[in-house]
Design a protein around this ligand. Structure first.
Ligand code: SAM
Length: 208
């Protein structure tokens, strides 16, 4: 993409961002991000979280999803959050900073989880988008696959997995794998997810 085209598209993004009703509402409600609304809509439909649950939040910064979940699981629940970027602390959330693709981070994360099994894994991880789908889609699919791998290992039987995936090459195969491991798998496109974006959320419940 030429630098002229890139700066036009960043200008358009900024304009859209500041006129976006979810950005305005998130600021009013003092939420960390507009992503909070996506999780709220999905959870209202799929009823994922309950009091006392143990949840892993991958790609958590700036913390909208963690804020949502900690409120749902309450004081008896637990949230572990991980991101490449730093995240301001949230009461009830244990945060780890690092690259989920790295073995050393995975080891730290597993140490943090200990023997306890997780009830729900949520992943909103997304690479830095270049706008070139042949670059962006494989990168995001790789993150979604890693999130799926850890879910298989750490979820309780009957546990749930919610993941952001960009539709494109590998999407149908990914969905098939999810269907073979979970009892119920749904694809959701919440209202707060921009129509132009290829992102969708897969909600998988009832790990077999
Ligand atoms: C859309 S944002 C998440 C928003 C978040 N769910 C919220 O509610 O505020 C995607 C996040 O994925 C993180 N991310 C991307 N690649 C990652 C990786 N390899 N390891 C850990 N986090 C990653 C990014 O740093 C970014 O913060």
């Amino acid at each position: 993409m030429s630098s002229k085209k890139r700066s036009a598209s960043s200008r358009r993004w900024l304009q859209e961002h500041f006129n976006d009703k979810y950005v305005i509402e998130a600021q009013k409600k003092k939420l960390r991000s507009r992503a909070w609304f996506k999780l709220d809509e999905i959870d209202n439909t799929d009823k994922i979280f309950k009091r006392g649950m143990f949840v892993l939040d991958l790609g958590a910064a700036p913390g909208g999803w963690s804020q949502y979940v900690v409120n749902k699981v309450g004081l008896k629940g637990k949230v572990i959050a991980l991101d490449l970027l730093p995240m301001d602390s949230i009461l009830g959330v244990e945060f780890l900073q690092g690259d989920f693709r790295e073995k050393s981070i995975l080891k730290r994360l597993l140490n943090c989880i200990g023997d306890k099994k997780i009830d729900v894994v949520i992943s909103d991880m997304a690479p830095n988008m270049t706008g070139i789908s042949s670059v962006d889609i494989p990168k995001s699919m790789h993150l979604a696959e890693l999130a799926f791998d850890i879910s298989r290992d750490i979820l309780i039987p009957g546990g749930s997995f919610l993941v952001k995936v960009f539709q494109g090459e590998g999407f149908e195969q990914y969905l098939r794998e999810m269907r073979s491991l979970f009892k119920k798998v749904k694809v959701r496109k919440p209202d707060a997810s921009r129509i132009r974006s290829r992102e969708v959320y897969i909600v998988a419940t009832g790990l077999k």
